[in-house]
Write a protein that binds this ligand. Sequence first.
Ligand code: PRX
Length: 652
Amino acid sequence: MSKSSKVKPTPEVIHKPSKEFSAKARIPSMAAYKKLYKESIDKPEKFWAKEAKELTWQKPWSKVLDWKAPFAKWFDGGKLNVCENCVDRHAFGARKNKAAIIWEGEPGDRRVITYGQLHKEVCRFANVLEKNGIKKNDRVLIYMPMVPEAAIAMLACARIGAVHNVVFGGFASEAILDRLEDSGSVAVITADGGWRRGKVIPLKPAVDEALSRYTAAKIKRVIVLKRTGNDIKMVSGRDSWWHEEVTEVSNKHVAKPFDSEHPLFVLYTSGSTGKPKGILHTSGGYLTGTYATCKYIFDMRDEDVYWCTADVGWITGHSYIVYGPLANGATQVMYEGAPNEPDFGRFWKMIEEYGVTIFYTAPTAIRAFIKAGDHFPAGYDLSSLRLLGSVGEPINPEAWNWYHKHIGGGRCPIVDTWWQTETGAILISPIPGATPCKPGTATHPFFGIDAAILDDAGKECKPNEDGRLVIRKPWPSMTRTIYGDKARFKKTYFSDYPGLYTAGDGARRDKDGNFWIIGRLDDVLNVSGHRLGTAEIESALVAHPAVAEAAVVGRPDDMKGQAVAAFVTLKSGFQESEHLIIELRNHVGKLIGAIAKPDDIYCTPGLPKTRSGKIMRRLLKELVTKGEISGNITTLEDYNVITALQEKVKKK
Ligand code: PRX
């Protein structure tokens, strides 16, 4: 690290927020941002306590922060119910008949759920969970399509103090099993299927398959939502239907208070080694972080119609579909299916139809829209939009400019939000009425976030010098631990620079203090905004009977950001063939999920290794990125391996 980057970091185009936007914004100028930022860094506890006080606490906290690095307790002694804050708070007053969720299914079916109705549905489902013996601290695995019931199930868990463990519906049975085992979940909430590109995607068979091999705990109940009506097997005594369960219970339920540090959820994410880690988030701090970032970064108002296109299976769905917007009493759109069903006009049609004012999506989607053509957005009235957001990977300036012009009509600020599953909430982002934006930079840290870029020696980098992104002070929505593995938590995030949180991203700051995120420094890939560990894909490959050894690296891809390139050596008796390559891809899809299928698979007689036998992934990465290798290869055991691979990669 810490060498100057060759990429010119500061394109001179600067987009200032419009006067109209700034005039109505909570933070109306850069001077106002700087003032509040300084105060929030000088006295973070004061800043966060003020935000937390806007939530409903059943018992006030006695201490804002207890920090024994790397373990934080926020609002210790305080008690609250996260679900009450997201639902009950709005369900009885002026927002009772306000739409909480405007849901559209892919086939075009619609539901509008008001806060009053959401309250009843969540209470019912909380009663269902309790009736089935699910208690405080029990882990509940949720494997659902993008339907309101996914949010209802999460909120119901929060209401009774159960810890939800949402698994993205695109993951396969093996991934469900890993997450069941690691979390020791005692119940599963799922559906018969969901709609995607006009087809039913079955969900229940993957749950059945995982449960048939599950041993870590006894399953109390599997509750199944009927969404698509496809044929599924129901296991007698274990499985029950959602619609039957909810008719048997009352729609009233008293929300009990839980400790501020009570676990709210575990969400698994990929790391550079081993299996995915269960990122644990707790109640009071997480809710404060998601609430405050929604308020300031999305400038959320009662009259807004907000739409985040993520899936609830990812952290973006947790923080910016479920908890943040609902804690703010927002109206939001939720969509079940694909952006190109029936064509690439689907999102723009929905924006026109529902009058969406704030739209939050990922660069990978924007690049797909650019490719599909400007005529799709041009065919719809997008004048309701006032703010755009981006998340999941660096947004390349071309995508930023297209988004700004073709979706935002040149008038909407774009908030490029940097954060992670571990951070719980956005940490670096423009504040829309205040921050001048340069396409491609997430700009400045949020209030209370002490972000810095350090070199290997721990010294702060100079402007435009590459280094490691760290957060120097604790913040309320930070993950508290890796589920069941405090030592791994400490080692992964707090060992590069003792006491400081290392994000795993490379970054640099320009002379104006803007943060430019370069990408992951570890063996984690970002494929279409989805985080995948190379180690996971490698172990899926070597689980195939034909594969002796595998090495996986990322290569740049115009659409996906990064594509997955795999190098495998075959066991004796197996021959390279087109058929085998397809089989290996499908094998990875079956074990992890379609998103992890390698784009390229190279069969090779050997992998480049050091003399001590370590695979030199750096060389493979160079090979797929530049087609050749440079730099120091003196540690390489056998140079012929590289020459052979170079030929193969060139041919592709
Ligand atoms: O590399 C960064 C990238 O996504 C990683 C976090 O992935 P995940 O935990 O799945 O959360 C994604 C949604 C928050 C980060 O380490 N990343 C996320 N947002 C941005 C980003 N990279 C650049 N710019 C962003 N705005």
